[in-house]
Design a protein around this ligand. Structure first.
Ligand SMILES: CC(C)(COP(=O)(O)OP(=O)(O)OC[C@H]1O[C@@H](n2cnc3c(N)ncnc32)[C@H](O)[C@@H]1OP(=O)(O)O)[C@@H](O)C(=O)NCCC(=O)NCCS
Length: 406
């Protein structure tokens, strides 16, 4: 019998969550399950039921996202996607995705986002890899700052989660104003972070927050863990930085100076950094900063008119864009007139200047990767002038960044 896909009942949450955990091969404590129940939006969770058994799961959390130009666009953040090993490659993920995306449309969300466990899954359902991110690593003794790195009059203080909860949300808001890819966290995202669910679940050291302040005003923070490790009687502690937000270059340099000066540490890792160069350009010996590139979130356009109309464009231009979306959501031809002050978009029958798939447009929508690069991969059609124009329009001075995991 074909499994039925439907919204779950509240009473089914535990069974659905456990099915997803099994698909990932992990188990968690009852406390972590209760935290997950609080964090998820139960009226946005779907399950595939084979008789009594939950054999696939998927869900949405409502996380609006900042797009180039600063507008905050409602977005469906897709989470908890799993199919039981017994039911894989039978189309259940795809069917679950249709159920999710239909609900997002009903709720007028022009965009959907997700983090992918593997990069070859979600192109099939119209998502494109949208934000570059890098894992960085350096030994503190090789991380000296350049002679001309900014020095501020302020100081760094380290807070635990309880104290940080009073301060960090405001600093985050200030440091990410207008930054494409920033998500507007729900109170439950903050609660989840400050409860330090990850530390409880994976038996890790507690989360710490280094906050840089000047004249009593907080101007940046780094969220990190410091893990104790000894080898042959030598300390080899490891710092992992998960978020690093600052309002200006001084706060940025002071926080990095602090992180690289903590005693007993032999390695600093920055997870999902905004860009390698933001840190490399501060260093006396930038080549020491090792980097592994990947991506953070994937983006899908659901309502092309609304999504293209919500962002601003770096240079003025007028183009007809034809989007091919086999799932139908963003399919069509759109006349886009856009520039630094705003945009208008209308459905048109005019001949297209540019043709591309929903996946490619999802990739380029937040400003990276460049449309010209996608064109070189054969994923954008159009004459060189039209591609160059849309490329210049879509690029944005601030490259997108996302530090919300869902
Ligand atoms: C990834 C996962 C959800 C896919 O579920 P599924 O029900 O097998 O997927 P579907 O049968 O709907 O596949 C849809 C399409 O994606 C492809 N696909 C699915 N998983 C893929 C993978 N891991 N690698 C490559 N292609 C994949 C299928 O071949 C199919 O392609 P088609 O449309 O050309 O036929 C499932 O394998 C899983 O639970 N994996 C472990 C947990 C995980 O990684 N979850 C994702 C979290 S972001």
């Amino acid at each position: 019998m074909t499994p039925e896909i439907r919204l779950i009942e509240d009473s089914e949450f535990e069974a659905v969550y456990e099915s997803a955990l099994r698909a990932f091969g992990v188990s968690v404590s009852d406390e972590a399950k209760a935290d997950a129940r609080e964090w998820n939006e139960l009226d946005r969770l779907f399950g595939a039921f084979d008789g009594q058994d939950v054999v696939a799961t998927s869900g949405i959390v409502s996380l609006p996202i900042v797009v180039p130009g600063g507008e905050v666009v409602p977005a469906a953040a897709v989470t908890l996607v799993s199919t039981s090993p017994t039911h894989r490659r039978q189309g259940l993920m795809k069917r679950g995705m249709v159920a999710l995306l239909n609900q997002a449309i009903e709720r007028s969300e022009p965009l959907a986002t997700l983090w992918a466990s593997e990069s070859n899954i979600y192109g099939k359902v119209g998502f494109g890899a949208a934000i570059d991110a890098a894992d960085l690593e350096i030994a503190p003794h090789q991380a000296a700052l350049r002679y001309d790195a900014p020095v501020g009059p302020g100081r760094v203080r380290v807070y635990d989660s309880e104290r940080a909860a009073q301060i960090i949300p405001d600093v985050y808001a200030l440091a990410t104003i207008g930054l494409p890819g920033t998500m507007i966290r729900r109170q439950r995202d903050w609660d989840y972070m400050f409860k330090d669910v990850g530390a409880k679940r994976d038996a890790k050291p507690v989360m710490q927050f280094a906050v840089y302040e000047e004249d009593g005003v907080e101007r940046g923070y780094a969220r990190f863990r410091n893990t104790e490790h000894w080898r042959d009687m030598h300390a080899e502690f490891e710092i992992e930085v998960f978020e690093f937000h600052s309002v200006d270059a001084t706060a940025h340099a002071e926080l990095w100076r602090f992180l690289t000066s903590i005693d007993l540490v032999s390695k600093i890792k920055v997870r999902g950094a905004r860009s390698r160069n933001r840190i490399a350009t501060l260093l006396e010996d930038p080549r020491r900063l090792r980097s592994i590139s990947g991506e953070s979130i994937w983006v899908r356009l659901l309502d092309a008119e609304a999504a293209l109309g919500a962002r601003r464009y770096s240079v003025p231009g007028e183009l007809v864009i034809e989007i091919d979306d086999p799932m139908g959501y963003a399919d069509g031809r759109f006349a886009l007139t856009g520039g630094p002050d705003g945009a208008s978009v209308a459905v048109t029958k005019a001949d297209p200047d540019i043709k591309l798939g929903a996946e490619a447009l999802g990739s380029a929508y937040l400003g990276t990767p460049r449309l010209t690069e996608l064109a070189w991969a054969g994923r954008v059609e159009g004459d060189a002038q039209a591609v160059a124009l849309l490329d210049a329009m879509l690029r944005w001075s601030d490259e997108p960044h996302c530090t919300v995991h869902f």
